[in-house]
Design a binder for this molecule. Sequence first.
Ligand SMILES: [Mn+2]
Length: 340
Amino acid sequence: MNKQEKIKSFNPNEPALNSNLFGLPFNEDECDIHVLPAAWEVTVSYGAGTMEGPKEIAIASAQVDLYDEGYPKGWERGIWMHDIDQEWLIKGESLRLLATRYLQAYELGEIGPKELKIQKNINEQCGLFHFWIQKQTAVILKKGKRAILLGGDHSTSLGTIRAHKEHYGDFGVLQIDAHADLRSSYEGFEYSHASIMYNVLQEHLATSLTIVGLRDYCHQEADLIASDNRINAFTDRGMNKALFAGQTWTQVCRSVVNTLPDHVYLSVDIDGFDPSLCPSTGTPVPGGLSIAQFTYLLDAVIASGRKIIGGDLVEVVPGKDQWDANVGARVLSAISHRLA
Ligand SMILES: [Mn+2]
């Protein structure tokens, strides 16, 4: 059976009958959208568990109905999740143990030669991991497919963004996040979740960065936002101020969209949403977006003629009764239907 025949014979009203992402009937080649899982949280400093995100989101995806109000045929594009790489999974787990030991010493201010060696090793291994993700993403893009990176912590986006730069040239990053992730390094780690967008700008991977939902950031990051004209920040406070003063969400979205170039890479940190949607994520912060605000914003980006060329969803920790994974699966579906 080819893909067209599968679309005809598949009943999207049935519950998921297989273990494919969203229970879709397509094989890897037939899917236009490829999800690359990154079960990785080596440099996570606070709440852990996001390395379980990809596996549990895939399981939770069976519960998501395929009818999407805005994109009723969205499922026909097919979305495929690659296997979690076991070698990197094991390596990541052992590096995380080393990182924990290093961080304990760091907090006590007891960094000696031994700790510096651990730090160097972690930075090197993380660098290799990001290079591996970059290569995997490049393979997907070269086949004419769209790619979504599924973390893992936010550091895992780097390789995917590099591959998109290589493939598409110029684009802007639209970052949904409670945090700016603009620290030059964090706790001695070059490739920290808290540094991902600093690294993206440092490597000139994006022509602009638009942060939406920002509400927990440091002075150094505030200074960088103010001084680097590539960066536009729509803080939680600022957006609410506009809404309270009588602006509509449509107007706020227009302001956001105006900062974006024609091609947009979408980086979604689940903590950009209200914590009721992601209570288990590593660094939850009160405030944030609703799902409706998020999808409305993405639809405004698309309605403006701009193209969302790829993206990532990171920092989902499956949580109690898999609630966060359930939300994550729905956000993943929403992103996939809106890729160009
Ligand atoms: Mn983040």
